[in-house]
Design a binder for this molecule. Structure first.
Ligand code: FES
Ligand SMILES: [Fe+2]
Length: 370
């Protein structure tokens, strides 16, 4: 074997050992969004990486979403280089064919009538997949584990009228998913990172009091009237003449939802921070609304907002490279503390089989300036 090939194989083995041997801090056995639905058309396949697992995704001729490990069980070449006919995926190397939804091998062209190999006992890695809200969701079951008998349905964005507009945005963050998530729920960066004339200025910073309550696997900022220093909320209230209320939830593994209602008008959004690798995560943001707000205008503002977060996290990643000691302070970082508490307690309850202990004993009022 040539030297470069040998070292490639060694590097591959070493990488696998690192992945298997160290805990990357991912939460398995949850749904994660992999790609936007628009990336899969006809028999075209899409690829994605979730929790350091390479995936190939597509739709069957009947429109059913599927997700397979993007690696042929024979010799490991990515299956996404193969040919897909709407039912089976044929590997580009030796032509083994796999049924897309089950991953079951249905043909090995090199076999002769003398061979006794049970083709149907060979499976390519595959994961449950569902299409919802414009995403392919994949249920990432833990490596080497069996799928539970029943898995929950994939998350769904709340919508409150028959007709509405919807927009999808995404943005990569060069950091571990934990940093992405605590950045998402962090109230204190707003006046510094998201300053702009139409949203809020740095000088509008003022003291806030917010009530939180525990919910299964997460916490809720109890329904409240949104911050008076945000222009869009003021406009909404003026328009409907009715009070504006906002409910913000965070639930494991990575979902923040926000519902804003005022009379018949509503705006609903969901942000998920999904681990791609241990040093890379991705925000998927979807929003739906029935306000008179064109998608193009919304996208301009939302994209700017996301870029501001992304830019900050690029700078933060520069500092995190050197493993600094970090701190979480009260009360502004309390949601981040709950997130870490939820995560640890969930892992512990899965390990012991005991019910999960919620890190919040009951409702809490937090105070901060933002
Ligand atoms: S590597 Fe896929 S068929 Fe051989
Ligand atoms: Fe932000």
């Amino acid at each position: 074997m040539s030297e470069p090939v040998q070292s490639l194989i060694e590097a591959g083995t070493a990488a696998r050992e690192t992945v298997a041997g160290s805990d990357a801090g991912f939460l398995w056995d949850f749904w994660y969004p992999a790609v936007q639905s628009t990336e899969v058309k006809g028999n075209r396949l899409a690829t994605a990486m979730l929790l350091e697992v390479p995936l190939v995704l597509g739709r069957t001729a009947e429109g059913k979403a599927f997700a397979m490990r993007d690696s042929c069980p024979h010799r490991g070449i990515p299956l996404s280089y193969g040919r897909y006919d709407g039912k089976t995926l044929e590997c580009s190397y030796h032509g083994w064919k796999f049924e897309a939804c089950s991953g079951q091998c249905v043909e090995i062209p090199s076999l002769t009538s003398q061979d006794k190999l049970k083709v149907e006992r060979i499976f390519a890695g595959h994961f449950p997949s569902e299409e919802r809200d414009g995403y392919f969701w994949v249920y990432m079951s833990a490596p080497e584990s069996r799928l539970p008998e029943e898995i929950p349905a994939a998350p769904k964005l709340g919508t409150f009228s028959e007709k509405y507009r919807i927009a999808h945005l995404e943005c990569d963050l060069p950091s571990h998913v934990d940093q992405g998530i605590i950045g998402l729920m962090d109230p204190a960066h707003g006046p510094f990172v998201h300053q702009s004339w139409y949203w809020r200025s740095r000088h509008s910073i003022h003291e806030k009091e917010k009530k939180f309550e525990p919910i299964p696997n997460g916490f809720r900022m109890s329904p409240h009237t949104p911050s008076s220093n945000s222009a869009p909320y003021r406009m909404l209230q003026k328009y409907t003449g009715e009070p504006v209320t906002t409910t913000i939830d965070f639930v494991l593994p990575n979902i923040r939802t926000e519902e804003i209602r005022s009379g018949k008008l509503w705006f609903s959004s969901r942000a998920t921070v999904t681990p791609v690798r241990r040093d890379l995560c991705r925000i998927d943001f979807v929003a739906a609304w029935n306000l008179l707000l064109p998608v193009t205008i919304f996208r301009i503002f939302a994209e700017k907002f996301l870029r501001q977060d992304q830019q900050t996290m690029i700078l933060q990643a520069e500092g995190l490279k050197h493993n600094p000691r970090l701190m979480l302070i009260d009360d502004a970082d309390r949601p981040a503390k709950w997130y870490f508490g939820l995560k640890t307690n969930l892992v512990e309850s899965r390990r012991t089989g005991a019910p999960m202990v919620h890190p919040m004993a009951g409702p809490v009022t937090l105070h901060w300036r933002s």
